[in-house]
Design a protein around this ligand. Structure first.
Ligand code: ACM
Length: 665
């Protein structure tokens, strides 16, 4: 026993395990080589072999990031000034990577140097994000003394070439319902950067709040960004927090955040909702709607639509978008377009009925189509391209009596598919549209982990089943959405988003054939440690959850049934598993049945002789506690029989079935 103590102390002092291909999202191509890994030391430097200004900017950024995380100076040097006695990070421009897109990069890492290559400066940023994830997690600890950390890059030398599967890898944050502010959004941007997500879809206006300063219309924020109180719990709960909620981003803040995001390869796509979800704006300027409410709604059911028959509406929206495009340099402007309450907002309203008659429109969907195509023209005149939720395609997917539009949507519009039959999405593509796939039942991060478990998120496939190959490139990618009706705090926001956003990052980046959920879950453990240190309140219970998928490649020794539980013992042949000395992990995983099992101990027998034992209480039911047992096998005998014996009992009954897995760690 005494002998063990120094060993334990020693392992506690080591930096976290060195990363072996730990990166999320999993890189497209990586080869781990044999030998000692590259290590950054106080003698290391960053050496740029190009004078290209964007590359030099990225080199400077890398210097700042890595120096902050490691505490090493890592000065920026020219090749002539490169130190001879330290492993350097060498930045190279390599036009041959352009065929993989502007986000592609390669890394060659060996003790002689760490070469980061890219055709475009964006690739250098992503190479840096991968390097960070290959370093010990203590990198992210702002308080630790790092002077004795060994800054190994991965556990071995390696070569990788990495590039994304999709060009649109988005996270949407709804700040209309709840305003979080600059610190929270920058923290999300940092996570997105590390996960190589490149699009922040920023939902800035909704019924319950307008969050972007518009100089020409100050009431949008002086009135529209405040509400008296907020409904809590769920839809129609009848309960309220009784507290005012308010907040908006000034244009100065937005410019700063846009720049912050751009430095991290992220384009912000602003969403200004129209014609529905417009209560806050209509309260501020009642001429905007035929049914403006008296106050900014305090529940999330109210859904006001702009007046599509009035020229004043278009003039207002055009003015607003003038200021929006001046703030957001990205090509795409999202106009929402979802959930117009035709039945409550337009049906039977004299101005609307008259307008329809005059323009020979048969359905309310046609009225929205008229509105949307006008907005598409307005957006195009400002040099941008319109995007909207799939209602803009003219089908009443919400069943609000809109009917189907007769007129066609401007084909330049990007359709954000979230609801309805996937045939709608496929037909929109065949009609010439580009699509972003955000199917609600798979990608809504406000949904519980029960309805969208991590594995379902990970398994999301943005290309619609049955879509002809020639149209695959029309699917720009995917979005994951954080709607915030019932998310009022940053902690809850983090919990709902992470780790599912990590899964969506991998869906968007990693070649489909390289995806592997059990492997992802293993990598997530370490990523979780990183998130902890970065102040992200992710769903630890989900990351720690042990489930069958974790044992995809793990040898199965056998299982238990109610009979073995009644017997209070289980005996399984392990002769095929125990072939060499080592530290074996035996996991008792509950599968089904009314009761959990309580585990007392797991032992290993060589013939009749006990050679290893782990005694600790474990419980394996729908909740799992300490169900891994470690057996240290000092030596093995050829031809011997090995048996794993567990002592267990039923928890309140014997109805339990489970599987026992054994593995060398
Ligand atoms: C949406 O969830 N209403 C796009």
């Amino acid at each position: 026993m005494k002998l063990l103590i120094p060993a334990l102390v020693f392992s506690a002092c080591l930096p976290a395990a060195f990363s072996q291909e730990q990166i999320i999202p999993k890189p497209a191509e990586i080869t781990l080589l044999k030998g000692t890994p590259a290590r950054l030391t106080p003698a290391s430097a960053i050496v740029s072999t190009t004078h290209d200004k964007p590359f030099l900017n990225r080199a400077r950024q890398l210097q700042q990031m890595l120096s902050k995380g490691t505490g090493l100076p890592l000065p920026l040097k020219t090749p002539q000034e490169a130190p001879k006695n330290g492993t350097c990070i060498i930045i190279k421009k390599d036009p041959s990577l352009a065929s993989r897109g502007e986000e592609a990069y390669s890394i060659q890492s060996s003790p002689e140097g760490i070469i980061l290559s890219a055709a475009h400066a964006k690739g250098i940023f992503y190479a840096g994000q991968s390097l960070i994830q290959m370093m010990p997690v203590i990198f992210h600890d702002k308080k630790a003394d790092k002077s004795s950390v060994k800054w190994n890059i991965s556990g071995t030398p390696f070569k990788m070439v990495d590039y994304p599967r999709f060009s649109w890898r988005a996270l949407m944050v709804d700040e209309g319902r709840h305003f979080f502010g600059e610190k929270v959004i920058k923290q999300i941007i940092d996570q997105m950067a590390l996960l190589k997500m490149n699009t922040l879809h920023w939902h800035l206006t909704d019924d319950a709040g307008w969050r972007i300063e518009i100089k020409k219309y100050p009431r949008l924020t002086s009135i529209g960004s405040k509400r008296r109180e907020t409904e809590i719990g769920t839809w129609n709960s009848g309960k309220s927090d009784g507290k005012p909620h308010e907040g908006f981003y000034t244009q100065k803040q937005i410019r700063d955040i846009v720049q912050y995001a751009a430095q991290r390869n992220i384009t912000i796509v602003p969403e200004i909702e129209m014609p529905g979800h417009a209560s806050a704006a209509s309260v501020a300027y009642p001429f905007l709607s035929l049914k403006s409410p008296a106050e900014v709604p305090t529940t999330f059911i109210v859904n006001t639509a702009f007046d599509p028959t009035s020229e004043k509406t278009y003039a207002f929206l055009s003015d607003v978008l003038d200021e929006v495009v001046a703030l957001f340099p990205g090509k795409i402007i999202h106009i929402g377009g979802d959930e117009v309450r035709y039945d409550k907002q337009w049906k039977g309203v004299p101005e609307i009925e008259k307008f329809m008659k005059k323009n020979n429109m048969k359905s309310y969907a046609d009225v929205q189509m008229y509105f949307t195509n006008r907005m598409s023209g307005i957006v195009a005149k400002k040099g941008r391209r319109m995007m909207g939720w799939n209602e803009i395609y003219g089908h009443d997917v919400n069943g609000d009596g809109g009917g189907k539009a007769g007129a066609k949507l401007d084909t330049n519009a990007v359709i954000h598919f979230w609801k309805g039959d996937t045939n709608l999405g496929k037909n929109a593509i065949r009609d010439g549209h580009e699509i972003v796939n955000s199917l609600h039942s798979s990608t809504y991060l406000d949904y519980s982990y029960g309805s969208i478990p991590l594995q379902k998120a990970y398994g999301f496939e943005p290309i619609f089943p049955g879509l002809e190959e020639q149209y695959h490139s029309k699917v720009k990618g995917l979005g994951a959405q954080l709607w915030t009706e019932w998310i009022a705090t940053p902690e809850r926001l983090h919990y709902q988003a992470f780790p599912r956003a990590c899964a969506f990052a991998e869906v968007g980046w990693t070649p489909a054939g390289r995806k592997d959920f059990p492997d992802f879950k293993k990598r997530l453990k370490e990523y979780g440690e990183r998130m902890d240190l970065m102040g992200i309140h992710y769903a630890k219970d989900i990351v720690d959850q042990i489930d069958k998928s974790d044992f995809f490649n793990t040898p199965r020794l056998g299982g238990w049934t109610p009979d073995s539980v009644a017997d209070k013992k289980l005996s399984l042949d392990a002769s095929k598993l125990i072939k060499s000395p080592g530290r074996y992990t035996i996991t008792l995983l509950y599968e089904k049945g009314a009761n959990a099992v309580e585990i007392e101990s797991v032992a290993l027998y060589e013939g009749n002789r006990e050679i290893a034992r782990d005694t600790h209480p474990g419980k394996s039911g729908t909740q799992k506690e300490n169900i891994r047992y470690i057996l240290n096998v000092p030596a093995v005998k050829d031809g011997a029989t090995y048996t794993v014996k567990a002592k267990l009992s039923g928890s309140g009954g014997d109805d339990s079935y489970g599987t026992v897995y054994g593995e060398l760690p």
